[in-house]
Design a protein around this ligand. Structure first.
Ligand code: DXP
Ligand SMILES: NCC(=O)COP(=O)(O)O
Length: 261
């Protein structure tokens, strides 16, 4: 299983103080040495964590391929075409969200996406679509001739956390998931099934399949066991653990969990 480490969350810490420390650039060599296969960053329109200068330096200096997540806003796509990361992952952005809440509206943006994908391909950037695990969306993604789809695992992760952690008794409890254990277990089974079915269909359509969002040391093996999934992009949980163990060990521990042998 390939591992992309999302280092946005190092910049989240820096931006909390609006200073220049910690610098996500310093993570590159540690990620490489610890066994990461890719660096993932998200250049958000509001620049809430990664800034243009971070993206420029990371893409220039990383010896691992860089997967640059971005919206389909034309100004952002122009920047991405200049920066030329190995891959661009197109994601939906909503100004008021705490984090990416769902996948792209591929049907509603089909023509717009086609133009953006063509432009990225002209610039020799491979393209991934960050989508909800849903068969109709997989079919549409295939029609757009992208190389990758990344399945949004946020619903799975939220339900898992409400069942298996103390989340429900904290002020971070997810209101719409305040359900009985039985209902939550049914929701978890459904979420995993959707990821499995979507992965099978994507594979049949010759798409490469990544998954990510909210994956952590507790829930990851349920997803890493799905044979069609080639790559996981994980950020928040790795950077959170690295506060206690150091980044090197946090990545090695995650690699150990997701190895397929
Ligand atoms: C698209 C995605 O899932 C990641 O970019 C994730 O969103 C990173 O964290 P933020 O949502 O805090 O930017
Ligand atoms: N695309 C998902 C990603 O890069 C990492 O998401 P998270 O682990 O920070 O939730």
């Amino acid at each position: 299983m390939l591992l992309g480490v999302n280092i946005d969350h190092i910049a989240v810490l820096r931006e909390a103080r609006k200073i220049n420390d910690p610098n996500p650039l310093d993570a590159l060599s540690i990620c490489k040495l610890a066994g990461a296969n890719q660096i993932t960053i998200h250049l958000r329109e509001d620049r809430r964590h990664i800034h243009d200068n971070d993206a420029i330096a990371i893409i220039q200096q990383s010896s691992l391929p860089v997967n640059l997540e971005c919206s389909i806003n034309p100004e952002i796509i122009d920047i991405v075409c200049k920066l030329k990361p190995a891959r661009a992952t197109l994601v939906p952005e909503n100004r008021n969200e705490v984090t990416t809440e769902g996948g792209l509206d591929v049907k509603g943006n089909f023509e717009k996406l086609q133009k953006v994908i063509d432009k990225l391909h002209e610039n020799e950037i491979e393209v991934s679509l960050f989508i909800d695990p849903n068969e109709e969306i997989i079919e549409l993604s295939s029609q757009l001739e992208v190389e990758w789809v990344e399945l949004h695992t946020g619903t799975f992760a939220n339900v898992y956390a409400m069942i298996h952690s103390n989340l429900s008794s904290t002020h971070h409890s997810i209101k719409e998931l305040e359900l009985s254990k039985e209902e939550l277990k049914n929701k978890l089974t459904k979420a995993i099934k959707e990821i499995e079915t979507s992965s099978k269909l994507a594979k049949k359509l010759n798409l490469k399949i990544a998954a990510g969002h909210g994956l952590n040391y507790q829930n990851v093996t349920l997803i890493s066991k799905i044979p069609e999934i080639e790559e996981l992009n994980i950020g928040q949980s790795i950077i959170a653990r690295s506060v206690f163990t150091g980044l090197n060990k946090a990545i090695i521990d995650m690699r150990e969990l997701i190895k397929n042998d």
